[in-house]
Ligand binder design. Structure first.
Ligand SMILES: [Zn+2]
Ligand SMILES: [Zn+2]
Length: 751
């Protein structure tokens, strides 16, 4: 099937055509992370998208279906570090960036090939990489626009931070993980504090109790001494304290969790940082300085035990936030970061979400919940290397923020300098060293697409993606579209689920149940893979089911056999008069075409597939091909049969084409070739004039009788070819008697 892949490429079948007269149908294709590998989940979700695009293409739309790769940011850095056995922190920044770029160029062709192998009908020339110059320019330009609209700011503030990756992270990059932990009940003298994080004692700045709590009423305002570190802190009251949890008295460190941040802000507390950006204890941790967090925890607990300050230890399962990229427990550190303002516009983002047609509908709730629970503005700066630089310098004298000129973009402030002096007259600048997070660029895929085709799009028709990136890619793209053009970016969103193994379990290396798309394609072919994938129900996880691949394979064989059987008797020319059975069969085909169109329009892919398949197996193979034999072999009404075979088989192939592009192309080229490819022919259209209820009823009856005859023969254990002397029918099937007689081998039909 490589043959057709090459053919499509050579003949530019899927190439974006600016001059196409049809209605535009544009797709915001997800750019896969090049440092990852294509997995079966990709194969499935990209197939769903491709089926829809192929259908729309055959509806004569002007297709804009790009293919980008997401290849900057932390995932790529980690990949390169592993692949090349280097450490980004120990290399020169520019050397590391060069190594990243070089490696990406090496692996890109094979990576993209995987996507071609599943039959994806993107225009692979309409391509971008989220780190290429175009994307850098677009990303920086929109940063400047946000800055000018006062929607982006840099501020020192407590922020989610990964000590392993040594960078700020966004709320959306967190994962919840249940880890076994210990609740230590620590003696603070006048009261007892229960905490899972005794290593934060040195940054403890207050104790909080609930003012409704009678146990502590008289302690509010009292001074307390922190064990080991001996600093004096005050007992404060706040209604956020849960009376039921621990001892009802909570230590507030800067920062253990988000409540600490709130208290730090509302109660104007001191800032004491006990954990460094490297995840080590700082000097305020005194003798524990330089230790990693876990080690410090152990040592501090040891010391507390020795001082008999630990009253109780309670083993618990503890839900913590970890960084999705590395699994490290997230810390909160006060650092200077760039933020895009989002908290103040939550309602607008929710409104925009509601303007989009969601499939499935209910997932909009996940989107809205996410927005409602946002606690931070969107942190877009990362203390990393392989990302898009901020087009920003700071004046060394007065601290003024200097932006690059838009016409000079993209810039790297570490290499280039501002072209003018600062307003204060100074000519010395400090470049912004941080880079932007990769979502800050991939959230601009609609703008990148417009730039690629050199044309504005009112709204992109389709965004298809998996449900795990609703809070990131989907949300951020809506934020960008709102700030750029005050609109929703797309008309329709399709959300795919994950692929589970056949038992319904998540695939993972440890369970040894991973299915590679490559292996599936080698064994069953890409069409069978797509056949399986088309069982999707949007928003739901699907199981990998080898039986479905076998069914797909069986169907393909049947299509080949049926086409080969009919091959000698195909004729495009319509005779003046159609034989009654052919009229009947074309009415049935017409009905199926109507149904399939409706189902594809509603994105009900499995139902569309089922409808075509049922028509093909039952109506076409089991019935029509059998009913037509006596005429073909006997030279009776043959031209009518030939036309009907041609027309129906071609329609069937066309209806299957979005789902199984390879085999349908193969047979089209062999027997039906008129255009360069089946994929640029028109999808079969319903003909409203082709209705004859009377004739249809009679035909249906005849089919019913035929099926009954077959059943009788099977039950009697005789050959289907065996002759039947007499067969009684109760209703009139005038016009169809001959077909029933010939096909059922019946001597006499009696009404
Ligand atoms: Zn990390
Ligand atoms: Zn200045």
């Amino acid at each position: 099937m490589k043959k057709w892949q090459n053919y499509w490429e050579e003949n530019q079948i899927y190439k974006f055509n600016k001059n196409h007269k049809g209605e535009t149908y544009s797709v915001d294709t997800p750019p896969p992370t090049i440092s990852g590998k294509m997995h079966i989940g990709h194969a499935s979700s990209y197939t769903h998208e491709d089926i829809i695009v192929r259908y729309e293409r055959m509806k004569n739309k002007k297709i804009i279906f790009p293919f980008g790769t997401d290849d900057n940011g932390l995932p790529t850095e980690k990949f390169i570090e592993k692949e090349k056995n280097v450490s980004s922190k120990r290399m020169q920044r520019n050397e590391f960036i060069e190594l990243c770029n070089k490696t990406l160029e090496e692996i890109r062709p094979q990576f993209i090939q995987n996507w071609k192998d599943i039959g994806l009908s993107c225009d692979f020339d309409l391509s971008y990489s989220t780190i290429d110059k175009r994307c850098q320019r677009i990303s920086q330009e929109h940063f400047i626009n946000l800055f000018n609209k006062n929607l982006v700011y840099k501020k020192e503030t407590p922020i989610l931070y990964c000590p392993t990756c040594e960078t700020a992270v966004a709320q959306a990059e967190l994962e919840n993980k249940n880890i076994p932990s210990v609740f230590y009940y620590i003696d603070f003298g006048k009261l007892t504090i229960a905490t899972t994080r005794p290593e934060l004692l040195s940054s403890c700045v207050a104790i909080f109790v609930n003012n409704k709590d009678p146990r502590y009423k008289n302690l509010i305002g009292e001074k307390i001494t922190v064990p080991i570190f001996k600093n004096q802190i005050t007992v404060l009251a706040d209604e956020k304290v849960d009376l039921e949890k621990g001892t009802g008295a909570v230590m507030c460190s800067t920062f253990g969790d988000t409540t600490d941040i709130e208290w730090y802000m509302t109660h104007n507390l001191d800032l004491k940082t006990s954990i460094s950006k490297k995840g080590e204890m700082t000097e305020i941790a005194k003798e524990f300085q330089g230790m990693k967090i876990k080690e410090a925890r152990e040592k501090i607990v040891e010391k507390l035990r020795a001082q008999k300050k630990i009253i109780k230890e309670e083993k618990i399962d503890h839900l913590v936030n970890v960084h999705e990229r590395c699994g490290t427990e997230i810390e909160i550190l006060s650092t200077k970061q760039w933020f895009i303002k989002i908290l103040k516009n939550k309602n607008k983002f929710i409104e925009r979400g509601r303007e989009i047609n969601w499939k499935p509908k209910h997932l909009i709730h996940r989107y809205e919940n996410w927005i409602n629970n946002l606690k931070w503005d969107w942190c877009i700066s990362r203390q990393r290397f392989f990302g898009i630089p901020f087009p920003v310098w700071f004046c060394k004298e007065c601290g003024e923020i200097i932006l690059a000129d838009k016409k000079d973009l993209p810039v790297d402030p570490l290499i280039q300098r501002p072209k003018k002096k600062c307003r204060c007259g100074s000519n010395t600048f400090i470049p912004e060293k941080d880079v932007m997070d990769t979502w800050a660029t991939s959230s601009l895929t609609p703008q990148i697409l417009e730039d690629l085709i050199g044309q504005k799009l009112i709204k992109i028709n389709l965004r298809a993606q998996a449900h795990d990136i609703i809070s990131t890619w989907l949300f951020y793209t809506i934020v960008r579209a709102e700030y750029i053009e005050k609109k929703a970016p797309w008309k329709e969103i399709l959300i795919s689920g994950f692929v589970l193994d056949k038992k319904g379990e998540k695939m993972s290396k440890s369970k040894n149940n991973i299915v590679e798309p490559k292996t599936v394609i080698e064994k069953y072919g890409a069409d069978a893979l797509r056949y399986w994938a088309s069982n999707v129900s949007f928003g739901k996880d699907i199981r990998y089911d080898e039986n479905e691949l076998k069914n797909g394979k069986r169907l393909i064989t049947k299509i080949i056999n049926a086409t080969n059987f009919a091959a000698k008797n195909l004729n495009k020319a319509k005779p003046d008069r159609l034989y009654i059975l052919d009229q009947y069969f074309l009415i049935k085909l017409n009905k199926t075409i109507k149904e399939v169109n409706m189902l594809f329009e509603k994105r009900k892919i499995p139902q569309a597939k089922e409808t075509i398949e049922k028509f093909f197996w039952n109506s076409f193979c089991d019935n029509y091909l059998e009913l037509v034999k006596w005429r073909i072999y006997g030279d009776k009404e043959k031209e009518s049969a030939k036309y009907t075979l041609y027309h129906s088989l071609l329609s069937i192939l066309k209806m299957f084409a979005p789902i199984m592009p390879f085999i349908t192309e193969d047979l089209y080229q062999k027997y039906f070739k008129e255009y360069k490819s089946i994929h640029i022919t028109s999808f079969p259209d319903f003909d409203p004039n082709l209705i004859d209820e009377d004739l249809e009823k009679k035909g249906d009856l005849m089919i019913k009788y035929l099926e009954e005859i077959r059943k009788i023969k099977t039950e009697k254990g005789v050959s289907q070819k065996a002759e039947i002397k007499e067969y009684k029918i109760s209703k009139d099937i005038s016009g169809f008697e001959k077909d029933l007689k010939e096909t059922g081998n019946i001597k006499n039909i009696i009404l």
